[in-house]
Design a protein around this ligand. Structure first.
Ligand code: CUA
Length: 357
């Protein structure tokens, strides 16, 4: 958070936990660049004039080197660049280590729109509503080409890539409406792939959730897909099916047929649905058909949410503790609010209302 609460000229508004520190970092980079540009430019002009040739055939004095000077101009840039590296690496690590207790929203990019789905099933297009002061994690993928989810006021920009999940997280720190852009050229209407991010007080967010026509939650929809796609016939919960049981799977380490282990996260589950042979579980035959082309990315996300819902509760799986949960980032701590009360679910489904899309 910006302790001075002043708007820096030429910068977008600061509306997330990352914004102030990233602005400081940019100001440092800009100031260093400006300082050395001026220093070198002025010195070059000064020496050009001072040591110009004054007569035909003038031979300059020969200089053999100067150890102290050479050490100085090596050590100072080294220290400066290591400082930039250390600070940049710390920021990068914070931004790419989402906390495990975040509100999780799935985002799908598609030429040329952004879809978002909230944990209880509310969907929106080219908009994103998020609660003030809560950690929010976006799990994102694309239905076609590479897009990039860019919220300048949050200082977050993350590529959205077909075939894999990317993750972005932030804690909104200021209510208001902010720009959402696609920041990766993705076709003729790339410049129109824009939207709004609305940060609301938590109670307003709850009210907003209640007002949005809602279908099933992603987990409920995923459970239905699990049955309709016949996954349930092989993945028996008693571990006696042709496929492994998916009960209490999410977040745990899985032993593979080739002896390696892999963490059962979103990326692994997605791969196992679309390319089941890639990582066969130890003790099982590689005979699951691919579901590539049979399910959309949104449906894959729903099935994953279902598997999560029957897994250990978030953050409780044996080996899933990430550094972010063990020691919350200082920036995130400053928000000082309890985890979102996930139990406070909106009212029951409101009948057969049309889906938002
Ligand atoms: Cu999507 Cu540019």
């Amino acid at each position: 958070m910006n302790p001075f609460l002043i708007q820096i000229p030429f910068f977008p508004e600061q509306a997330s936990n990352f914004a102030f520190e990233i602005d400081l970092f940019y100001i440092l980079l800009f100031a260093l660049t400006a300082f050395f540009t001026v220093l070198i430019g002025v010195a070059a002009v000064y020496f050009l004039v001072k040591y110009r040739r004054r007569s035909q055939g003038e031979v300059p004095e020969q200089i053999e080197g100067h150890l102290k000077l050479e050490i100085t101009w090596t050590v100072i840039p080294f220290v400066i660049s290591m400082f930039i590296f250390a600070w940049g690496a710390k920021l990068y690590y914070q931004m790419y280590t989402p906390p495990t207790d975040a509100l999780e929203i799935f985002v799908t990019g598609k030429q040329w729109m952004w879809r978002a789905q909230h944990p209880d099933g509310q969907r929106e297009i080219n908009e994103l509503h998020v609660p003030l002061g809560r950690r929010v994690k976006l799990t994102m993928t694309s239905e076609d080409v590479i897009h990039s989810y860019y919220i300048p006021a949050f200082r977050t920009k993350t590529d959205v890539v077909p075939g894999r999940y990317t993750v972005s997280w932030f804690t909104p720190t200021k209510t208001g409406t902010y720009h959402l852009f696609c920041a990766e050229y993705c076709g003729t209407q790339h410049s129109g792939m824009i939207g709004k991010v609305t940060v609301m007080e938590y109670s307003d967010y709850q009210a907003w959730l209640r007002g949005v026509p809602r279908d099933k939650s992603p987990a409920e929809a995923g459970e239905q897909l699990f049955t309709s796609l016949a996954c349930v016939n092989c993945h028996l919960e008693n571990n006696k099916g042709r496929g492994p049981s998916l009960l209490n799977l999410f977040g745990t380490e899985v032993k593979l047929a080739n002896g390696a282990t892999v963490k059962a996260d979103e990326t692994y589950l997605r791969e196992s649905i679309l390319n089941p042979g890639a990582k066969t579980v130890a003790g099982y035959a590689n005979d699951m058909p691919t579901f590539q082309g049979l399910v959309t990315e949104e449906q894959v996300a729903m099935i994953i949410q279902y598997i999560k819902s029957i897994g250990p509760r978030q953050g409780e799986a044996g080996t899933t503790t990430t550094p972010a949960s063990a020691a919350p980032a200082p920036a995130a701590q400053g928000v000082g609010r309890p985890a979102p009360p996930q139990a406070a679910k909106p009212a029951a489904p409101q009948g057969e209302q049309p889906r938002q899309d």
